[in-house]
Design a protein around this ligand. Sequence first.
Ligand code: SF4
Ligand code: SF4
Length: 436
Amino acid sequence: MSDMRKLAQLMEDLNTMLAGCMRCGMCQAVCPLFSVTRKESDVARGKLAMLDGLLNKMFENPDRVFEHLNRCLLCGSCAVNCPSGVKVLDIFIKARAILTAFIGLSTEKKIILRNILANPVNFDKILELVARYQRFFVKTVSNIPGTSCARVASPILKQRHFVPLAPNPFHRIVPYLNTPAGKSGIKIAFFTGCLIDKVFPNVAQAALRVFSFHEVGVFMPQGQGCCGIPSISLGDAKSFEKLLIYNIEKYKPFDFDHLVTLCATCTATIKKIWPLMASGSLVENLESDVEKLSKKVLDINQLVVSKIGVKTKNHENNNEKKIITYHDPCHLKKSLGVSVEPRTLIKLNKHYFFREMPEADWCCGMGGSFNLQHYDISSSIGERKRNNIKASGCSAVATACPACMIQLSDMLSKSNDKIEVKHTIEIYADSLKEHY
Ligand code: SF4
Ligand code: SF4
């Protein structure tokens, strides 16, 4: 059988899903990538047409299609606005995995994904080493607290103003927790996520103050792993499955009501991509175990507002209040439909006055590995977000995803804007101080 026929057979699963696209082009107007590049091949319609061409053996060059498929933020704006309900992200994720298995993974990606990321002990050790020595190759920039840039020209860091690794990751500050449910009657399992653990341990500590205030019982296992989004975004189903099994083993033996994360991307990955990729797995019980766990995952804003039940209060406005705005992470609003709860939490802090920015749910341009591979396009998309934040007149912007926090900090710091970037749970935890 020829290689192209073999590939078409592997892709046969996607046939019915691809058939749903009517080529109406509604996805074009909402695609942040197209807004910058104006290329049809960057829009969902263009990518779906290319996949269809591969499936029907009209193209001879899967590498080229793969390249186009990877030029995508996986923001979900196309999927949520598609009148035909095409499951665009499911198709893209599955197609990336099929094409990666067919074309092969580069040696460097294999080492990074399979030997480091999918091996949490190695991953933690390496990043702790980097954190220890990062001061030799980064320098602090003063406009936004915590942002840095490279001391020397670096092909990876480029002109980024990035948030450096924390000197102590959260798992060193609080290695393990298992506390009983108090008056809330709620017991959660806390899924920290890599960026919160290694870059924003202060945000995890704010969350612990919130859990303690509301007497929520917390189970947090030692040696947590990544949710797997970097692996599956790069098409490596092997390291993704290894992380799935690792995570299931960490949480399966324990009883809790909700699996809570502070990261919109982790929540969306556990809720949507874990079951998508575990479906039909040959690993014993993996599909059913994943289904049970993914049903329990909950974003922290949802936990506090919908499960603990805090209510909005009307505070008086005055000139001493700082103006704060909110950026909707794509994976929270578009993938999971959560947008009211984060705003409710912000409004509970009487020291801030909340003001919406224009286009609050327009993508910030981060897109995880997209930012690493296409920094210039990512920055152009981010520039629009920066202008909208600035237009709100705020002195702080809150969001509910650590990856968005990194992108917003970069954009604002490079423009020399004195605007703080915060997680919504930090804003809410601060509002509880007067009750301590
Ligand atoms: S993906 Fe949806 S919105 Fe885009 S062209 Fe196809 S049917 Fe239309
Ligand atoms: S996921 Fe986002 S970037 Fe990718 S095609 Fe859809 S709208 Fe464009």
